[in-house]
Unconditional design. Structure first.
Length: 117
C-alpha cells in the first residue's frame, strides 16, 4: 500500500465519509477511495469549479484564496481541500454527519497530504 493510499484510508475512516478523491486542478481524477457506484470522473470534473468560486469569493472579500471549502447539500457534504496550485482533494460525506474532526485533520495534515501527491 502506498503512502497516498494509507492517507486516503485514514480519511475514509472518519465517520460518514463515503468517498475521497484526489484530482488535478483541471478536474482529471488521479485517485479515488470509496465504494463503487460513484461517477468519480464526473464528480472530479465539478470540484475545480467549487474551488475557483471560493477563490473568487475570497479575492472579492479581501480574504485571500480559499484553501478548505465545505458545501452542504441535501444529501450530504462535500469538502474540498486545495493541496497545491495543481492538486485538489475532495471528501464526500453522507447526510447528518458532523464533519469538524475531518476539517481539523485536513487542516493539520495539509502539508503532509500535499507532499504525497
Amino acid at each position: 500500500m502506498s503512502d497516498l493510499d494509507a492517507a486516503l484510508d485514514r480519511l475514509m475512516a472518519h465517520q460518514g465519509v463515503q468517498h475521497v478523491l484526489v484530482l488535478g486542478r483541471d478536474g482529471l481524477l488521479i485517485q479515488h477511495a470509496g465504494p463503487a457506484g460513484l461517477d468519480a470522473e464526473t464528480v472530479s470534473a465539478m470540484v475545480p469549479g467549487l474551488a475557483s468560486a471560493a477563490a473568487g469569493l475570497g479575492s472579492a472579500a479581501g480574504m485571500g484564496a480559499g484553501s478548505l471549502i465545505a458545501a452542504r447539500m441535501e444529501q450530504g457534504v462535500a469538502v474540498v481541500s486545495v493541496l497545491s496550485a495543481e492538486i485538489l482533494l475532495a471528501v464526500l460525506l453522507g447526510p447528518g454527519v458532523g464533519f469538524a474532526p475531518l476539517l481539523r485533520e485536513l487542516t493539520e495534515r495539509h502539508a503532509e497530504l500535499a507532499a504525497l501527491v
